[in-house]
Design a protein around this ligand. Structure first.
Ligand code: CAA
Length: 258
C-alpha cells in the first residue's frame, strides 16, 4: 500500500477511485499531486482486478488548475529541463477505462485532466474553462488540442482566448461531457457507469478504448482498417466465446477477463 498525501485512493469491487484531496487549494495540481495521480492510475492499471478507474474531486472543485503558486517562480529553463507536465502522458497511456466525475470547478489543468479521461460525467454544478490566458500563459496539459477535438474550433477559441467558464449544460451541448447529472447523484451515477464498464471483458474494454482513440489520431480508412483487424482479434478471447454463448443460452456472461 502506497501512502498518498494529495489524493485518496479507494476501491469498490472492480472499480478504482482516485479522489483529488487538496481542499485548501481547490485541488490545484501541484507536482506532488500529479505524481500521485499518475502512480495511482498506473497501479490500478497493473491490477487485473480493476476494470475501471474513476477520478474525482470535491463538491466545490474537481481541480482549479495547475498550481499557480508552485509555477510562479519557475523560469523557462526550469520548465524545459524538467519537461513540466510531460508526466501526464503516462496517465493517457493507462489502458483501463477512466471516468472523470466533475463537480464544481474544472479549470485549466483541471479541465485538461478531465479531458484526458475516457468519459466525463458532470454534475449540474460543474464549471469548465481554460483560463490560462488570464495569467499570460496558454493551456499546457493538452487543453488546446483535446478541447478543440471535443468541442470544435469555434468554442475552443472562445474559451481559450477569453478564459471564460462554461457551465455543465453548455459543456454537454458542446460535446465535452458524456452526461450531466444532479450534483447530489454524481458519485452514484458515476460508480454505476464504472461498475458496468468493469463488469465487461477487460481485454475487450482495452481494445474498444484503443479503437475509439484511434479515431482522433488517424484517417477514416486507417481507423476502420484498425478497427476491423482488432474486431477479428477479439475472436481469440475466451470472453468472446463466453459472451456469445451466454447470449445464445439466454444467460448472463461470466467474463474471466482473458
Ligand atoms: N493554483 C494555486 N492555488 C489555487 C489555484 C491554483 N490554480 N486555484 C485556487 N487556488 C487557491 C487560492 O489561491 C486560495 O488559496 P488561499 O486561501 O491561500 O488564498 C484557495 O485556493 C481558494 O481559492 P479562492 O479564494 O480563489 O476561491 P474562489 O471561490 O474565490 O475562486 C476560482 C475560485 C474561480 C476557481 C479561483 O480560485 C481561480 O480563479 N483559480 C485559478 C484558476 C486558474 O487560473 N486556473 C488555471 C491555472 S494555470 C494552468 O492550469 C496551466 C495548465 O494548462 C496546466
Amino acid at each position: 500500500e502506497q501512502a498518498y498525501e494529495n489524493i485518496i485512493v479507494t476501491t469498490e469491487g472492480r472499480v478504482g477511485v482516485i479522489t483529488l484531496n487538496r481542499p485548501k487549494a481547490l485541488n490545484a495540481l501541484n507536482d506532488a499531486l500529479m505524481r500521485e495521480v499518475v502512480a495511482a492510475a498506473e497501479a490500478f492499471d497493473a491490477d487485473r482486478g480493476i476494470g475501471a478507474i474513476v477520478v474525482t474531486g470535491s463538491e466545490r472543485a474537481f481541480a482549479a488548475g495547475a498550481d499557480i503558486k508552485e509555477m510562479q517562480a519557475q523560469s523557462y529553463q526550469d520548465m524545459l529541463l524538467s519537461d513540466w507536465f510531460a508526466l501526464w502522458d503516462r496517465f493517457c497511456d493507462v489502458r483501463t477505462p477512466t471516468i472523470a466525475a466533475v463537480s464544481g470547478y474544472a479549470l485549466g489543468g483541471g479541465c485538461e485532466l478531465a479531458m484526458m479521461c475516457d468519459m466525463l460525467i458532470a454534475a449540474d454544478s460543474a464549471k469548465f474553462g481554460q483560463p490560462e490566458i488570464t495569467l499570460g500563459v496558454i493551456p499546457g496539459i493538452g487543453g488546446s488540442q483535446r478541447l478543440t477535438r471535443a468541442v470544435g474550433k469555434a468554442k475552443a477559441m472562445d474559451l481559450i482566448l477569453t478564459g471564460r467558464q462554461m457551465d455543465a449544460e453548455e459543456a454537454e451541448r458542446s460535446g465535452l461531457v458524456s452526461r450531466v447529472v444532479p450534483a447530489d447523484t454524481l458519485l452514484k451515477e458515476t460508480m454505476e457507469a464504472a461498475t458496468k464498464i468493469a463488469s465487461m471483458s477487460l481485454p475487450a474494454t482495452y481494445v474498444a478504448k484503443e479503437a475509439v482513440n484511434a479515431a482522433l489520431e488517424t484517417t477514416l480508412a486507417e481507423g476502420v482498417r484498425f478497427e476491423r483487424r482488432t474486431f477479428h482479434a477479439t475472436f481469440a478471447l475466451e470472453d468472446r466465446s463466453e459472451g456469445m454463448a451466454a447470449f445464445i443460452e439466454k444467460r448472463k456472461p461470466e467474463f474471466k477477463h482473458n
